[in-house]
Design a binder for this molecule. Structure first.
Ligand SMILES: C[S@@+](CC[C@H](N)C(=O)[O-])C[C@H]1O[C@@H](n2cnc3c(N)ncnc32)[C@H](O)[C@@H]1O
Length: 261
């Protein structure tokens, strides 16, 4: 199939995403807006960031040692981390409200060869089996994903991992995901939420944590949301911790909040 999509210039792109983000802040649970977001991100170099940027590898060993088995990635977007976590032997569920993002994230087939060969480079539809054309990031500029490649090479391989991608709303009461999770990751998503909906989102995540479950939340752009989430979680009897890697106690539900610049 001929690749006909054109890139927006830098200024139009910023303006476009600024407007789209404003709509998303008003309607953060709109699957069609998120589909629009991802189908346009896909045309940009920056989509690589979303696939690879979360640096979890440092945590994996500790997650194994502290007995974490089940992981929910809430608002996964196009991230490839669920696959890495499955590779490391965890039972992983990734949920996103955007069907486009779920399809995108699940379309790659990760294997050890891919990891060692920096598998995100020079993707093409033949290799990936992506049903919707080519990613535009075929340059070789060093970027954040290079760091990621270095990290994944050290990831331990363990058997027994499982992975399910789900299109759905992690706030909905009848969310398709019912089992409790030892770890829930919700990255770069809650900054779109505020007021009652933010409260509902936090409660929903907490209610899906297992007895000693651990929540990892990151937010971008709006630092005040970190404080808001912290207050909301403390009302839910969650202990806010500074740094999971330095934590010795695994008793009770805990949350690490990260502000990403
Ligand atoms: C800014 S993206 C971040 C994606 C990914 N976590 C990352 O860090 O790259 C936010 C994602 O959350 C998803 N999302 C927002 N609200 C959601 C909800 N209530 N249930 C499921 N997914 C949701 C959106 O579809 C979008 O893919």
């Amino acid at each position: 199939m001929e690749h006909t999509e054109t890139k927006m210039d830098y200024t139009s792109r910023n303006k476009y995403f600024y407007e789209l983000n404003k709509k998303l802040v008003n309607e953060p649970r709109s699957s069609s807006l998120w589909d629009e977001y991802w189908s346009n991100k896909k045309k940009e170099h920056y989509v690589m960031d979303y696939m690879t940027k979360i640096h979890i590898v440092n945590f994996v060993e500790r997650w194994i040692n502290t007995g974490i088995k089940t992981i929910l990635v809430a608002g996964n977007g196009v991230s490839q981390h669920p696959k890495l976590l499955q590779y490391a032997g965890f039972q992983v569920t990734a949920i996103d409200i955007s069907p486009y993002a779920t399809l995108f994230a699940s379309a790659f087939h990760l294997n050890t060869y891919d990891i060692s060969m920096k598998f995100f480079r020079n993707l093409n539809p033949q290799k990936t089996g992506l049903p919707y054309g080519e990613l535009t990031d075929t340059d070789d500029d060093p970027d954040d994903s290079s760091m990621y490649y270095e990290e994944v090479k050290t990831l331990p391989k363990r058997n027994g991992g499982t992975l399910e991608f789900i299109t759905g709303d992690f706030i909905s009461d009848d969310m398709l995901v019912t089992k409790p999770f030892d770890l829930i990751m919700c990255y770069r998503t809650l900054q779109y939420y505020s007021g009652d909906l933010l409260k509902k989102a936090c409660q929903s995540l907490v209610s899906r944590l297992s007895f000693n479950g651990f929540l990892m939340i990151s937010v971008t752009n709006h630092r005040h949301i970190v404080q808001e989430i912290s207050d909301l979680l403390q009302n839910e009897d969650i202990r806010i911790i500074d740094d999971y890697l330095n934590e010795t106690s695994t008793d009770g539900k805990r949350c690490q909040l990260i502000f990403e610049t």
